[in-house]
Each structure stands twice: as C-alpha cells, then as structure tokens.
Ligand binder design. Sequence first.
Ligand code: PA5
Length: 447
Amino acid sequence: MEEIKLDISRVYNFISKEEIKNLENETLQAQKTLYEGSGDGSGFLGWLRLPSEITEQQIELIEEVAQGITPNTDILVVIGIGGSYLGARAVNDALANNFSHLLKGAKPPQMLFAGHNIGEDYMHELLELLDDYNYSIVVISKSGTTTEPALAFRILKDHLVEKIGKEEAGKRIVAVTDAERGALRQLADEEGYKSFVIPDNVGGRFSVFTPVGLIPLAICGVNIRQLIEGAKEMSQRCSPDTLFEENPAAQYAATRNALYRSGKKIEIMVNYHNKLHFVSEWWKQLYGESEGKEGKGIFPASVDNSTDLHSMGQYIQEGERILFETVISVEKANHQIKVPANEANLDQLNYLASDPIDHVNKMAELGTILAHLDGGVPNIRISLPMLNAFYLGQLLYFFENACGISGYMLGINPFNQPGVEAYKKNMFALLEKPGFEKETAQIKSRR
Ligand code: PA5
C-alpha cells in the first residue's frame, strides 16, 4: 500500500545522522511519557488513541445527523475559533473544488466560517449573503464561553430564527461543546439543538477526529470514514512498537529538535498545492500553541509555493540563517493538463510542450529545495501519494503525534495554552466586562 513518507536526508549537511541518532533515547523517553500519560498535561491525551477508539456507532450518529442537514443546506456556517474550526477548514479546503461556490448544479454544502474573527464588515457581508441562501449552523466551542464564537452565534442564531422561524432554525443548528459545562451546553439543552460532545480529555487543537472536525466535514460531503481510517493507519505506524528509524513521528520530532538546538529557530511549512494552505494554518496552531512556552519553541511559519517564491523566497534564500523547511509534497495531481504546443512560440514555452503542468510544479519544488539547501536552509520532506481523505487523516494524525513527542522533548507542557489568557484579560478589562473592575481601573492608564 502507498503511504505518506518522511525524508530527512536533506538535513544531513547541517546536522549529522549521528546527531539525530543521539537523540533516540531522549525521543523515545518523550514518547514513553506521552503514551504512559506520565507527563504534564496528561489529562489531555484522549486524541492519542482516538482513531482506533472511535466506534461504528459514533460514526453512524455523525453521518445520520449530517444526512439530516445536508439536503436542506446550501451553506454550512461553522462557528468556532482556533482548534474549534481549523481542523474542519484544513480538511475541507484540501478536498473541496477550488471554485465549488461558483459551480453550477448539485453540489455539497459550501463550508463558510464565522466566530474566527471579530470583523464587523465580515459579519455584515456574511449576513447579506445568508439572506439569499438556505443555511445551517454548526457552532463549536469546548469551553462554550469564547467571546468570538459566542458573539457570532448570538447574531447568526437571531438571523436564522428571523429567516425561517424558531422551530425550523432549531433543526438547522448543531452544537459541539462540553458534555456538561459552559453557556453553549446550557443553550443547546434548553433550545433542544442536536449536540455532540468534545471529550474532556481532548484539547481544541487536537480535536479534528472528534465531532469538532467530523460533523462539519460529514455535512459537507467529506468521507469521514476514510479520514479516520488514515489516522488509524498512521497511529499504528507511530506506535511505540515501531522502531525509532521507522517511526515517522519520532523521526520528525527528533530531527526538528536537533535543528532547533543547532540554531534553526523557525520552521516553515511549505506546500506546492494551493489546497494545503489551511493544513499549514492548522499545523501552525497545533505547534505554536503547543510548543511556544517558557521562552522556548520553534516558531511555526508557512508559505504557499510557488506563489510565495515571489514574495518570501528572497528572505528564505538569503535572510537570517535561522530557518528550516518542511515541505509537504503531493506526489500525484488528481487531474492532468499538458502544456500545449504553440507554433509561434512567442512565450518560448515549447520546450515544455506535452509535459503535465504538475511536472513543472515538481521541478519548481525540487529546484527550490536545492537552492534553499545551497543557501543554508535544511529541508524535511513529507510526501503524500495524493490528496484524499485517507492521506489527510494520516498526515494530521502524524503531526499530532509528533507534536506530543516534540513538546516533551522541549521540556514544556504541550497540552495547555496559558499565554492565550493574557489578551483576553486586557480585552475584558477594556470592554469593562463585569467582574473585571480592578483590571479596568489598572489598564485605563495605559490607553
Ligand atoms: O486549541 C485550543 O485549545 C484553542 O485554540 C481553542 O480551540 C480555542 O481557543 C477555542 O476554544 P473553545 O473551543 O473553548 O471556544
């Protein structure tokens, strides 16, 4: 069977094979901490075995609810922020047609987002659009109290009720939240919305294989069984029973930590496939929120190539030498278009005639990797046989598993996010939220 492959051979000019091998014990110790649940944040390890533990009954329930929503829905508005929306967006964008919103004829519901920003114009334009479409809402918040999604849900719920009436609106809203706590749970119970639970022991950024990711994806036509199957397959490959050299998560965690310790402080996730933009955004949140703590952590950045070769390419080639790259490469395009021959050849492209466009893309990829290596940027490469739900499931689980190991190698708790609270405290003080009177008085002098 074809599978995702990790190639670390292009880091050996910067750190030797031995340096990575020397991290074997440390990596396996971090992996042991993860699997035994003996480290900090061990209450949040539900994601680790999730792909094998999810039951047929749970999948059927998600599919059943999705089947009830899909036929009446042109647009699915997913309300959530951070880990509560990025997983669904990453998978949906990777699999949906680039122009699906403009395609004629029957098509799955389009996934749009709200509550991931506080843009007033964004909300206005979304409401204007929704006036003209049949839409449903999946509102996702583990805490049930996050300001951005709560604000968006308040507005969109009112809009939907006004548009189709309370009873019908109630059938078009699905809530995904904590089993017992939080305002959203209370609201869902009181209003009788269909609801799903985010398990207590799964943090937002590790929740893509829970209903957080699965319910919006199922409504929008993604084969969630294949996604889970891919994750399950990868969870077997990443298990502690696999040898260090053959375990992709352990190898990735060891390599990026070896690079970090050699002064490479920034990891750039690079793709050569525009549909992977939000996979990088999901990855940035996963690694940024998990690792950036206590003055430590690799800074996760991303570029979409070849687009960004014409913007960030200069810096990557010749700027500060604190970078390494991880390229996600899709081996085989799902469609083929060959470069046409042209008699006049004014654009001088006849040397490419009959080549598939993807061949040009692959040579841009290889040429860039080699140029960046010459410029002092080590390269890790992850190749996917093709873009489908199965390989995406593999990829996302691989990153989650490696993140847990890597976080423990850094010596931090990969499963909390204490730093996220600082802005909230200031924002609430500035907004004069009840209960923040002392902070409001303090912050006024800084305005
Ligand atoms: O990964 C995380 O834990 C965060 O990004 C959360 O998902 C995000 O802050 C949203 O939180 P909540 O789901 O409680 O609204």
